[in-house]
Design a protein around this ligand. Structure first.
Ligand SMILES: O=P(O)(O)OC[C@H]1O[C@H](O)[C@H](O)[C@@H](O)[C@@H]1O
Length: 318
């Protein structure tokens, strides 16, 4: 795999087209046939397919495709708030492609097909959240099919500001009853279904039998979502994002949501790398970076990728 990386021109594997609503979207491909689609509406990742063409992210069949709102599913960013004002406005704004984004280190570039997006607040936006920023989002597809999102948020204001952040990530699962989540054992969490009360996770691994909406604090750098039926494991590696949001609306809420099918909650699980419990404060001129890398491995290989081992090692060496 590594042999083509140094000569692979990432620009040749990036294509800009229009989505059904007329919005520009970017398609990234790797030489093995995996692909990623990113809409400029919301800077949202709307599709991530492996080299067999299988979709790895959930997108609602009832997604309302209209130009002012991102579809339910894929990966969206929550910024600058979580839990209020529709989780911040960034996910419903029009982003632009930035051809000459400030560089990242070579690990984030080599052998990857990527696009750099940029969001800056308009005069109107500043009336609602009066802090000038530049938000750069790099979406990359690696030669092994893994997907990375790197957010860089810079304060270009005269004063410090604080924000919360999450990558709302809808994983596609065979059935929610087949899913187990590892890596959050013994952690404290706030339960959004119990007035944000603080609890401590007791179980060995988390399984799903009812609505869930929690923010886990100070989580390891890698957690795993195992789908038994598909024998597929999603690894979520993260940096700069101490928290994890877990969400599934279950049946009653799904029925009340206009943009989600009544039983589609069974096909999805949101696991979001986030910075919520302790908001990030940025001084003028400073930049914050938050990354996630999503990897899919056959579940049989999982012992090699134990959450605590692989995540810590990978990110410690950066
Ligand atoms: O419907 P949305 O605004 O996309 O929010 C969907 C969900 O996102 C997060 O996971 C929150 O923790 C939930 O409380 C919320 O219901």
């Amino acid at each position: 795999m590594g042999h083509y990386a140094p000569v692979w021109d990432h620009r040749a594997s990036v294509e800009v087209t229009k989505d059904p609503s007329g919005m520009n979207q970017v398609t990234l491909r790797n030489p093995k046939g995996a692909s990623v689609q990113v809409s400029l509406l919301g800077g949202q990742v709307t599709s991530w397919r492996n080299d067999r063409g299988e979709e790895l992210l959930f997108t609602s069949s009832k997604g309302i495709v209209k130009s002012s709102k991102a579809v339910r599913g894929g990966i969206s960013v929550f910024f600058p708030q979580y839990g209020v004002e529709q989780h911040g406005s960034a996910r419903n704004k029009n982003w632009t492609i930035e051809d000459d984004a400030p560089s990242l280190n070579s690990f984030d570039t080599q052998g990857k097909s990527f696009v750099d997006l940029l969001l800056k607040p308009s005069e109107d936006d500043l009336k609602f959240w009066p802090h000038a920023f530049e938000f750069r989002l790099r979406v990359s597809l690696a030669s092994d099919g893994s997907l990375s999102l790197i957010s860089r948020i810079r304060n270009i204001n005269g004063k410090p500001f604080s924000f919360s952040f999450a990558y709302q990530t809808y994983f596609s699962v065979s059935d929610i009853s087949e899913v187990r989540l590892e890596g959050l054992e013994t952690l404290d969490y706030r339960d959004n279904l119990c007035k944000k009360e603080l609890f401590t996770e007791q179980g060995d691994a988390i399984t799903f039998e009812a609505e869930i909406d929690r923010v886990y604090h100070s989580s390891p750098n890698c957690i795993a979502v195992l789908d038994h039926e598909r024998k597929r494991t999603y690894l979520i590696r993260k940096e700069g994002l101490p928290d994890i949001v877990l969400w599934n609306p279950w049946e009653k809420k799904s029925r009340a949501m206009v943009d989600l099918g009544d039983t589609e909650y069974r096909k999805m699980l949101c696991v979001d790398g986030a910075a919520i419990e302790k908001p990030i404060t940025l001084k003028p001129g400073k930049e914050w970076t938050g990354r996630v890398e999503l990897v899919v491995v056959p579940s049989t290989l999982c012992s090699d990728f134990s959450p605590s081992k692989s995540g810590q090692k990978r990110f410690r060496n950066r």
